[in-house]
Design a protein around this ligand. Structure first.
Ligand code: BG6
Length: 254
């Protein structure tokens, strides 16, 4: 029975790798929309994938969200004692404290017995304050660490769910809806072709920076995210995807 289940997941992994044209997919059993424990499995699988790709020195940028938060919960100290420095991928995006990249970054670093640096910058700033904040030496230093990161861990969300969760202002809400956004990742919103239709203004990692990062891991599960995962990955082929059976089965069907 167990063997049958494992080979079923391997078949799903191979099918999705081909369908999405990405290099690596890991599928864990279950559907995180239905069962909360599946998020822990996503977290565990992500930690394993991270460890396989660590070097002696690592800068790991982490995005926010409940899924990346469960990656942090499953993190343990590195058996090989490698250097792990964690940074938030981007500044605030309007999320609750427990879903913010800063919070998750600190938790992950503590569980890994690693180090961390945070971005202390408010979520919504006027254009002028934003421009001057970016020039603050302490912020600049963290931004340059982020741009030098060797690994990025981020979630993928359904566009509407994310826009609502972040209490997006009405004019941006309209923009997100009228441009048919279906996916969201680290504050960028994408249409079904994987094109950016809206972005939340904040410091740190920008979409174009991702291309230069050696290891990018997206962790997202649940059948309800299948459409978002598919859209986002159209323009992000060097991403490693950690997902669950619920999303995987839906992805294969579509
Ligand atoms: C946000 C991240 O905080 O969470 C996004 O910035 C991600 O990258 C989103 O799409 C997903 O959240 P969750 O809770 O569904 O994992």
């Amino acid at each position: 029975e167990v063997m049958k289940e494992i080979s079923g997941l391997k078949i799903l992994e191979a099918g999705i790798t081909e369908k999405l044209g990405i290099s690596k997919v890991v599928v864990v059993p279950g559907d995180s929309d239905q069962s909360p424990w599946v998020k822990k499995e996503l977290g565990r699988a992500c930690v394993t994938t991270m460890r396989d790709r660590f070097h002696q020195d690592n800068i790991i940028a982490v995005a926010g969200g409940t899924t990346v938060s469960s990656v942090a919960e499953m993190m343990t100290p590195d058996a090989k004692n490698r250097n792990l420095l964690f940074v938030p991928a981007r500044g605030g995006l309007g999320e609750k404290v427990q879903n913010q990249a800063n919070t998750i970054c600190a938790t992950m670093a503590e569980k890994a017995s690693g180090n961390y640096r945070l971005l202390h910058i408010p979520d919504s700033l006027s254009h002028e304050s934003y421009q001057s904040m970016k020039e603050e030496p302490s912020i600049k230093e963290v931004i340059s660490l982020i741009k030098d990161s060797s690994m990025v861990i981020h979630g993928i969300g359904d566009a509407k769910t994310m826009a609502e969760r972040r209490k997006t202002a009405p004019e941006n809400m309209n923009k997100i809806e009228s441009s048919h956004a279906v996916a969201e990742a680290f504050g960028y919103y994408f249409n079904s072709a994987g094109e950016v239709v809206h972005k939340v203004q904040t410091v740190g990692m920008q979409l174009a920076d991702l291309e230069k990062i050696e290891c990018v891991i997206a962790v997202a599960g649940g059948a309800s995210k299948a459409r978002a995962i598919q859209a986002y990955l159209k323009k992000a082929p060097h991403t490693i995807l950690i997902t669950d059976e619920g999303a995987a089965k839906e992805l294969i069907r579509e």
